[in-house]
Design a protein around this ligand. Structure first.
Ligand code: GDP
Length: 521
């Protein structure tokens, strides 16, 4: 095996998808502890709450505690190089959160075992499922009373349409939590025991020798559940896992660091190394192809007015990144020298030395890059497919505060829309500008950048949550528009309705049963 192939095979690049408060930050922190990146718990949390913001990033970022260093976290574990890509939630939810999922090879879904599958998890899941990459599930907060594990597994199939297969099973829960019956490793993992005697082996019949534990009613109940899932549940199928049709389910408690390492070990084992990427519509570019190529999946603008630069996040798809290398930007055909790059190791930004497929490189950018851009070294064009656009859910009407400054207003909007920062629509009748986003943060960043980069103060009036659905222009009759379904066109001129809510959409369906409405993703 050549050196590059060996390096690529060591990479594991993933994102954690979850609903806010399910425990993403807590588990990330435990993973970083295992990777030796941080020494004590609380570090990531402190950064999240803003006490750690030492970077010179924009005020909104500071206020919210988002920092570029937490966008990608890299560490070594059992000889593997792990990249965790952050997927901001809450008010920080934006199209970048979705796009980040285009740059990973696997996803970890963290679920609060008391709550089950929540809305944001569902949204992110949909995007990951579309990509057909493996999804690993961690049922968190076992130290608290939660829902019946059988229910939680059934919900994966019912709500998400993915088979769940238990890799381990809780013995008790909340106050009665005793441990995990580790089916995959044929052992018991005891809760709150010292490292050395945490694991109790099982015999070939899956029974424990310890008579006290064997007689425990919780343990007996666990055996019954396991019999049940062995008989009626799904059987582990690696091919299905790799295709994203089955998710291995691990139980645990991130806060008490229980079951997290077992999970990480299995993950490292089962999760795939970077493989090939589709290029030029129908060619496959192997991850260990010696020619460097990658694509921009996220652009983070620096809101500090003294530093107009931005960072373009590039997922390396093949070859090896070398600082100072010349690449071609596919969209323009322009040659660019990549001098100023940063890799994301531990908690600091450091200069890149050996980024290969699976790794993320941050390029300081003065306006060359757009989201979805392909870059490549060598003579042959290597163009990655465009990134999907995501259906916005929040909308505002936007106007320039100063009517004399229409020119900078239009320039700013057009550039920011092209860059992928926000989506633009126009009222079908009045041509008024309407902006769409998946998260509130996108509007705030837009407003801030319009002022600072284009000297254009904007006024935004919320029209709230809307359900956006495209309609075939041939079926469109402007009379279909009403106060409950604003008719607009997207930036390519395609008509769509912004329904007030699901109810208004169903009402429309009933009224015009032959009209087909489509959602983007
Ligand atoms: P995030 O929003 O998904 O990043 O969630 P956090 O990691 O910030 O966790 C949200 C809250 O749940 C915090 O108060 C955590 O301390 C708590 N939490 C996380 N994991 C566990 C767990 O395993 N057990 C319990 N009891 N609480 C947890």
């Amino acid at each position: 095996m050549n050196e590059l192939t060996e390096k690529v095979n060591k990479r594991r690049t993933f994102a954690i998808i979850s609903h806010p408060d399910a425990g993403k930050t807590t588990i990330t922190e435990q993973l970083l502890l295992f990777g030796g990146v941080i020494r004590s718990a609380g570090t990531v949390k402190a950064r999240k709450t803003g006490h750690y913001a030492t970077s010179d990033w924009m005020e909104i970022e500071k206020k919210r505690g988002i920092s570029v260093t937490s966008s990608v976290m890299q560490f070594e574990y059992q000889g593997k190089r792990i990249n965790i890509l952050d997927t901001p939630g809450h008010q920080d939810f934006s199209e970048d959160t979705y796009r980040t999922l285009m740059a990973v090879d696997a996803a970890v879904m963290v679920i609060d075992s008391a709550k089950g599958i929540e809305p944001q998890t569902k949204k992110l899941f949909k995007v990951v499922k579309q990509r057909g990459i493996p999804i690993f599930t961690f049922m968190n907060k076992l130290d608290r009373d939660g829902r019946d594990p059988l229910d939680l597994i059934a919900e994966l199939e019912d709500l998400l349409g993915i088979e769940g297969v238990a890799m381990n099973w809780p013995i008790g829960m909340g106050k009665t939590l005793k441990g995990l019956y580790d089916i995959a490793n044929n052992r018991i993992e005891l809760y709150r025991k010292d490292d050395a005697d945490r694991f109790v082996p099982l015999d070939e019949n899956g029974q424990v020798a310890d008579s006290e534990l064997a007689a425990d009613p919780q343990y007996q109940e666990t055996l019954e559940s396991i019999d049940l899932i062995k008989e009626a549940g799904n059987t582990f199928d690696k091919a299905k896992v790799l295709a994203g049709d089955q998710t291995p389910v691990f139980f645990g408690s991130a806060l008490t660091n229980f079951g997290v390492e077992t999970f990480l070990q299995s993950f490292v084992d089962l999760a795939p190394a970077p493989s090939s990427h589709l290029v030029n519509e129908d060619e496959k570019l192997p991850a260990d192809d010696p020619t460097f190529a990658g694509f921009v999946f996220k652009i983070q603008a620096n809101m500090n007015p003294n530093h107009r630069d931005r960072i373009a996040f590039v997922r390396v798809a093949s070859g090896e990144f070398k600082p100072g290398m010349d690449v071609t930007l596919a969209r323009t055909g322009k040659q660019i020298r990549l001098n100023n790059a940063t890799e994301f190791m531990s908690s600091e930004r450091v200069r890149v030395n050996d980024a290969v497929a699976g790794d993320i490189v941050g390029l300081y950018d003065t306006g060359n890059f757009q989201i979805g851009d392909s870059i490549y070294a060598g003579k042959k064009d290597l163009v990655f497919p465009p990134l999907p656009e995501f259906t916005p859910e929040l909308f505002v009407r936007v106007t320039a505060k100063n009517v004399m400054k229409q020119k900078s207003f239009h320039k700013g909007i057009n550039q920011l829309v092209q860059e992928g920062a926000i989506q633009l629509y126009q009222n079908y009748q009045t041509d008024d500008y309407i902006l769409g986003a998946v998260g509130q943060l996108q509007f705030e960043v837009f407003q801030f950048r319009m002022k600072n980069e284009y000297n254009s103060e904007v006024e935004m009036n919320s029209i709230g949550h809307r359900v956006a659905r495209w309609i075939d222009p041939d079926q469109l009759d402007p009379a279909m528009s009403s106060s409950r379904n604003l008719l607009v066109k997207d930036r390519y001129g395609n008509p769509l309705f912004l329904f007030e809510n699901e109810f208004a959409m169903r009402f429309f369906h009933d009224k015009y049963p032959d009209v087909k409405l489509t959602e983007k993703l």
